[in-house]
Design a protein around this ligand. Structure first.
Ligand code: NAD
Length: 351
């Protein structure tokens, strides 16, 4: 039976790369019944909203979506559709595997890290008060003048509930994918309440996996240096939202950049797969950008729907096209277009 999956083309270069990714997935032989659902700037003009309810309903019904990037215009009041999708569907876990592929220019070899970022709490919760607002004045008063007068204030909530589910996700991922270790990362020596709770909760969850998966902790500043100097020491890395956002870009940089960095957002029973990169609007319609990141996101999707064999063959085809360097896009040193690189991957899959 075909898997019913929501396909969101997105905007900017999103439609070009998702079209190629869908064709590549079909070439693995896995039967997919795509349900196309729109979000982003283009649909905003037609429907008056960048995120129609029908799109959210489609993801909620099918439980799995492959999504193209979506632009967040600055200064228009148009909120980030990407953040809204994660919030509306409680996709609390952001997964970003970072792996080196032969042929992608990078200062490092043999990197195979997985970053697991909490998606709903922390300084990204959106609880902010401008300078001189009633709320910030009250907080300054409660702080007993630890906060300077006229400060703007952002609140950093970290809960046991939110931490427990992200750490459990990291351990379950490690078990399922035969990983050896989970490293929890925070700054608990300074933020004893919030980051302290993150570590204490992680230690509690880690006990349940004792003997199966190793557990360790690092401070975020030290972790940045360690990853640049000794990335091979790490495996699955679990972090609160803000540190996770920054560290996942650092890890994408270790493996050669955005063109090859896949991602996924998981809730309890819904998963949305998307590249780490954005809509690269300056290249829209030019058949120019690299489809690899969204194709590798589709590989994660195939694993998730129980098509591990197809996922394995897909990754092998992508890595051999990249390694040959003959039909790759500009960012990988080639002259192929988006569609030509996709076609090269399809031909590999059929060999
Ligand atoms: P971007 O990732 O779109 O592009 C930055 C640069 O990286 C591009 O100009 C291009 O040189 C390169 N690049 C990106 N993807 C590439 C690819 N597949 N192949 C080759 N080169 C590639 O980042 P940005 O310019 O900061 O953001 C553009 C828009 O995308 C913004 O509105 C932003 O909010 C949005 N965005 C969306 C998502 C998402 O949908 N999840 C993620 C990040 C940014």
């Amino acid at each position: 039976m075909a898997h019913k999956i929501t396909l969101i083309p997105g905007d900017g270069t999103g439609p070009e790369i998702t079209e190629v990714a869908a064709k590549v997935v079909e070439a693995t032989g896995v039967k997919i019944d795509w349900e196309i659902a729109h979000a982003g700037i283009d649909i905003m003009e037609k429907e008056g909203t960048p995120l129609p309810q029908s799109t959210l309903d489609s993801i909620a019904k099918n439980k799995v979506a492959l999504k193209g990037p979506i632009t967040t215009p600055i200064g228009t009041g148009f909120r980030s559709v990407n953040v809204a999708i994660r919030k509306e569907l409680d996709l609390y876990s952001c997964l970003r595997p970072c792996k080196t592929y032969a042929g992608v220019k990078s200062k490092y070899n043999n990197i195979d890290l997985v970053v697991v970022r909490e998606n709903t709490e922390d300084l990204y919760a959106g609880v902010e008060y401008p300078e001189d607002s009633e709320e910030s004045k009250k907080i300054i008063e409660i702080s007993k003048n630890k906060i300077r007068e006229h400060s703007a204030i952002s609140i950093k909530p970290i809960s046991e509930f939110g931490t427990e589910r992200i750490i459990r996700f990291a351990f379950d991922y490690a078990v399922k994918h035969s990983r050896r270790k989970v490293t929890a990362v925070a700054k608990a020596n300074i933020m004893k309440c919030t980051d302290g709770l993150f570590f204490r909760t992680a230690q509690k969850v880690a006990k349940e996996y004792e003997g199966k998966i190793e557990y360790e902790e690092r401070l975020i500043d030290n972790m940045c240096m360690q990853l640049v100097q000794k990335p091979e020491l790490y495996d699955v890395i679990a972090l609160p939202n803000l540190y996770g956002d920054i560290l996942s870009d650092l890890c994408a940089g270790l493996v050669g950049g955005l063109g090859v960095a896949p991602g996924a957002n998981f809730g309890n029973d819904i998963a949305v797969f998307e590249a780490v990169h954005g809509s690269a609007p300056k290249y829209k319609g030019q058949n120019k950008v690299n489809p690899t990141a969204v194709i590798l996101s589709a590989k994660l999707m195939l694993e998730h729907i129980g098509e591990g064999g197809a996922a394995f063959r897909l990754e092998k085809a992508v890595s051999s096209v990249i390694a040959e360097k003959k039909r790759v896009t500009y960012d990988l040193g080639g002259v192929a277009g988006t569609r030509e690189m996709g076609q090269a991957i399809i031909e590999k899959l059929k060999q």
